[in-house]
Design a protein around this ligand. Structure first.
Ligand code: GLU
Length: 492
């Protein structure tokens, strides 16, 4: 078999809201497989549930895919030979096959009213039976049908699920999977408004779009026997099924808002890099060798394989994502880092900071915080003291353990004088005059540097002191030392 020509996979989201990260994992696995074998990645919008459709959701899906660099070969915007790629534009096709199934005895119109179905379900609940259609319309005579058709609005079309036997299919992850037909109900193919259900539309489209492999989340495994019965009834070959493991939160509960953001775009807003996200999502249910954590897009495409998709649930570990993001942030050039961080600083710094920010100044700051950043948004808290003139910190931070405020005050004055007298204001020169000062004043370097750090940054943990001072510049540093001296006067 020539893989290059035959592998066609699809991502088939329903536009019911912002795409969930778990759902985008499905898109990524399909994309990786297509790119690995040189096949085609198709994007199909499953918009047949009008009641659940959310405005703007298609745009959010496309944006998420674009953000992660998951380009599609066929689908919205790019078109393709098997379109349209919106199910709402293919209704006639589904209706024709629903009719064919009725004509051939594989399906039947059901005239039961919503009220009747509700009463039936209430009765089933009361008897503690699983809710399912009681097949009242399955064996109606033509005459009965005609009589009913005259009375009600349009019927739904239901599939005539075999009452006996098993449906067995092979899943590339789960192996042979068996479902007892008696446990499946006569599911709806076409709703009374003429829209297909997921089952019918999905099967018809996978067939006509020549999908070779269906990679989708485990939650669809239970739908697959229904799809297989439909393929049989339509005399079509089913695709290969590949059900991807569930994604759980770190407490092993189904991934939800409680575990952090669920919308993919939220990660973009929080300052995660697409390359980190791709790396992270690829490891949710797939691994190269159970230990390699760092794999960039190229390596993922090179190594991705269906064989290494796991069966057991994957854990969404936010700490690991933060770590990976830190790794990818450190790999960026300063220029790139500045470009990506600037919008976060513009948006996150308090309004008293004058805009636009100076790109040159930001370029000096970034090397000092790059090591410590886990997200682009974190640059704001790591670097705000570079931008805010009046630092708001508690005077008690200026207290040095075992040192009187008198001595600390003198140390600040001496530092100020040395800084003022420097001919070049640079990190090396600053260190050259301040390091010896500690000894001269009977202080440990850690004590003096700690004091200076609070005075110039307003915090006890900050980037390397002398580099920080050099970037702040002489004027700012001197001013901050004065402010610290005043604050110290109020300390007892
Ligand atoms: N429309 C379904 C979803 O939203 C597609 C499931 C499938 O891939 O078959 O996930």
């Amino acid at each position: 078999m020539n893989m290059e020509e035959t592998v066609r996979v699809r991502y088939a989201p329903s536009p019911t809201g912002e795409p969930h990260v778990g759902n985008i994992r499905t898109a990524l696995f399909n994309w990786l497989y297509a790119r690995h074998v040189g096949g085609k990645f198709i994007l199909r919008i499953e918009d047949t549930d009008v009641t659940r459709e959310v405005k703007g959701a298609v745009g959010a899906i496309l944006d998420s895919l674009r953000w992660l660099g998951l380009d599609w070969d066929e689908g919205p915007e790019v078109g393709g030979p098997y379109g349209p790629y919106f199910q709402s534009q293919r209704l006639e096709l589904y209706q024709a096959f629903a009719q064919q199934l009725v004509d051939e005895g594989y399906a039947y119109p059901c005239y039961c009213s919503p009220q009747r179905l509700e009463e039936m379900r209430a009765e089933q609940r009361r008897r503690r039976e699983p809710p399912r259609y009681d097949r009242r319309c399955r064996n109606l005579s033509l005459k009965e049908r005609e009589a009913l058709a005259a009375g009600v609005e349009k019927p739904v079309i239901r599939f005539k699920t075999p009452l006996e036997g098993d449906t067995i299919f092979h899943d590339l992850v789960h192996g042979d999977v068996t479902f007892t037909n008696a446990a499946l109900d006569d599911f709806i193919l076409l709703k009374s408004d003429g829209y297909p259900t997921y089952h019918l539309a999905n099967v018809v489209d996978d067939h006509f779009m020549k999908i070779s492999h269906v990679l989708r989340a485990d939650e669809w495994l239970a739908s697959t026997p229904r799809h297989c019965l439909l393929y049989q009834a339509l005399s079509w070959d089913p695709p290969q099924f590949v059900h991807l493991p569930m994604i759980l939160g770190s407490d092993r509960a189904k991934l939800s808002k409680r575990h952090g953001a669920t919308a993919t775009t939220e990660y973009k807003k929080q300052g995660y890099l697409p390359q980190a996200m791709v790396n992270f999502l690829a490891l949710l249910g797939w691994s190269l060798d159970d230990k390699t954590e760092l794999l960039d897009r190229k390596e993922l495409v090179r190594h991705f394989s269906l064989e290494r998709i796991g069966k057991t649930a994957a854990i969404f570990n936010l700490e690991k994502l933060r770590w990976l993001n830190g790794v990818y942030l450190r790999g960026l050039s300063i220029e790139e880092l500045v470009k990506r961080t600037l919008p976060f600083l513009e948006a996150g710094l308090p309004s008293i900071v004058a805009r636009p920010l100076s790109k040159g100044y930001v370029s000096q700051i970034m090397p000092l915080i790059q090591e410590r950043m886990r997200t682009l948004a974190e640059a704001v808290e790591l670097a705000d003291f570079f931008f805010i003139d009046e630092l708001d910190y508690d005077a008690s931070l200026l207290k040095v353990k075992n040192i009187s405020t008198d001595v600390s005050g003198q140390a600040l004055i001496a530092s100020r004088d040395r800084i003022a007298a420097l001919s070049t204001f640079a990190a090396g020169a600053l260190e050259g005059v301040l390091r010896p000062l500690a000894g001269e004043m009977g202080l440990k370097t850690g004590q003096l540097f700690g004091l200076l750090r609070v005075a110039v940054t307003g915090r006890t943990a900050a980037p390397p002191l002398f580099e920080t001072m050099a970037v702040l510049g002489r004027e700012r540093c001197l001013k901050r030392l004065e402010v610290a001296l005043t604050k110290m006067e109020n300390l007892s």
